[in-house]
Every structure is written in structure tokens, then in C-alpha cells.
Design a protein. Sequence first.
Length: 292
Amino acid sequence: MHGVSCMLAASLLFSIMNACVFGATRADPALPSTVVSFIRVIINLACLLVPALAVGRLRPLLGDLRPSLWWRGIFGATALMLSFAAIARIGVGEAAFLHSSSGIFLALLSPWVLGQHASRWSWLAIFGSLAGLALLLSPRWEYGHWLGPTMALSSGWLAALAYLMVARSGLSNTPSTIVFYFCFVGILLHLACFAWIAPHWPRGHATWFWIGGSGLAATGAQLLMTRAYQHAPAALLGAVGYTGPVFSLGWSVLLFGQRPDTLPLLGCALVLVCGAALPLLIARAQTPRDAA
């Protein structure tokens, strides 16, 4: 139960991070989402580097320099930037559910990349999740508001690729090393972005409060999620992780008054049920193979 409790707490903190991102863009409408994600990464990196410098263990953060570490950073940081941009455009709840498509994309890629074959029930859950995404997207596409949802879906796709790189790089590197590359590459990508578009820095105490909250919540969430995977099966935690979009939807309603219509809400329910069932079904399908 310790691992499940950690994952629930991590999901709650990730949802708080999402709410803080939207709160920052509400407090300062001229603030670009890239600035919010940049400061979030800076806070994340500082929380990683300060303890390492204090105990003189900076070198181990570099790991074995394998390519999958760098690709994890590229995919993960780009997914973060797109996710924050989507939150600023379409709100917390909807963006969170669309970003959770990463689990669906991961299930679609696993047979070819990881050699994990899905059962019939797994494919049914995948198609159910895709149907939920279609319901969630339909009102946006109908009225031509496609950019925000596309960003959220793209962040889900890139997050799935990042998870695959984590699976590879994690064979010989610590979680701290993997997070370090995510932060380091993220800073480089943001600086490249700022070379083309001059950043507008936050103004006002409220904006800094929201941004600081997003960085601290994200750091706590990553630490708790890492601990969760050390104490509980990955399939179970994958299912529990779908509480994150539910928490985000709750913050969207409570803090910002964003209530989804009936069709998108039905899509959220489908994504939640099918998405949470998917990792459990895949794990169940793999058990006979592992036993053999």
C-alpha cells in the first residue's frame, strides 16, 4: 500500500502543478507558457543539484552518457513545453486528460518497441480510450479550436516516447540521473526558444506564487513517483496514475470554474476507465509469457 499511497500523492501534486501553470497564465495573461515551463525546470534542477553539491556527488548525476538519456531529455522536455502551452490554451482538466493519452500511445508502441504483446481485452481498452479522446476532441475540432488539443495530444505522444527511453536508460542509471538529463536538455531547449522569441518575464507576486508552486509540486511529485515504483508493481501504479487527470479536472472546476460539457465529460470517463484498465490488462497478458 505504500507504493500506491506515494503514487496517489504524486498524482495529486502533478495536478497541483497543472493548476498552478494555468493560475500563472491567468494572473499574467501576457506570460508565455514557455517562461513558466522554463522556471519550473530551473526549480526542478536546483532541487536536484543542491543536495548533490552538498554531499559532493555531482559526478554520478552524469550517468553513463548513453543516447537514451539524451533522447529522454529531448522527448520529455518537449512534451513538458507542449503540455504547459496546452494548459494555457484549453485549461487544466481537458489538457490533463488529453496528455494522459501517453499511456495509450505507450500501449500501441510496446508490441514493436518493447516486444510486449497485447491481448484482445487490451486492444479493446485501447480502442475505448481512443473513442474517449475522440469525444473529448469533437467540440474543439467542430469550432476550429484545434491548436490547444493538438498540443496536448502531441505532449502525450512525446511523453510516451520519453517513457520508452526511461525504460532503456534506467537499466544502468539512477532516477536522479534521468531527471538531471530531463532538466539539462530542457534548459537548452528553452534557451534555443528564447533566442527566437524574446521572453516576457513574470510580473506580480501572484504570478510568482503560482509558478513557484508549480516547480515545487513537480519536484515532490517526481520524488514520490520514483519511490512508488520502488514499492509497487508498474501496472498497478499505471492504473492509479489516472487519478491525476481526475484531480486536475477537480481543480479546473473548483478554482477556475471550468465545467466540461456532456460530450467531453463522457470522453473523460471513457479515457479514465479504459486507460486505467489498460496497464492491468497488459500486465495480465504478460504473466503467462513470463511464467513460461
